[in-house]
Design a protein around this ligand. Structure first.
Ligand code: MG
Length: 170
């Protein structure tokens, strides 16, 4: 039922999601160092979501007797010089993850693997949200980031984000 290619791509996605978590912790740590604890909170919550995504891929594979192999997670080395840099890098990264999800979907579609397509539907929608959030953050920083009082208020706003478990349950 599952093609070799789909199984390989699913396994690779686990690593990509864990890398996303690691990358966002790198961003959170940068903002923490800059005294922007709200931004740090936002990316820490985002990292938790990315870990959840990885766990969902693992669970889906386990439920379907697809072998899981844990690969090495890369070093996040995005250079951060200005406050907006991490926000821009996050959007580029989410666009990369979207393309990755879509490529699994394409492989599943070609194999008439309807089960994997249905599993991925949630992620297709989730990626649209991730890109919107990342884009909104850039716009807000462009509008308010250059003035210290409005940057403070933006930091307060991002500090209110709380973690919620994913709506997809396997
Ligand atoms: Mg993700």
């Amino acid at each position: 039922m599952f093609s070799e290619r789909v199984m390989k791509l699913l396994n690779e996605q686990i690593t990509k999601e864990f890398f996303s978590a690691y990358l966002y912790l790198h961003f959170a740590n940068y903002y923490e160092e800059q005294g922007l604890k709200g931004f740090s909170n936002w990316f820490t919550v985002q990292a938790q979501e990315e870990r959840d995504h990885a766990l969902l891929f693992i669970k889906y594979m386990q439920n379907n007797d697809i072998k899981v192999t844990f690969e090495a997670i890369g070093k996040p080395d995005t250079e951060l010089k200005e406050h907006i840099d991490a926000l821009k890098a996050a959007l580029v990264h989410e666009q990369y993850v979207t393309a990755s999800i879509h490529s699994i979907y394409e492989a599943a579609y070609e194999n008439k693997d309807f089960r994997t397509m249905q599993f991925l539907d949630w992620f297709v929608k989730e990626q649209a949200e991730e890109e919107t959030n990342a884009s909104d953050n850039i716009k807000k920083m462009e509008l308010f980031g250059s003035e210290s009082r409005s940057l403070y208020m933006l930091d307060q706003e991002l500090g209110t984000r709380v973690y919620t478990a994913p709506s997809l349950v396997l």
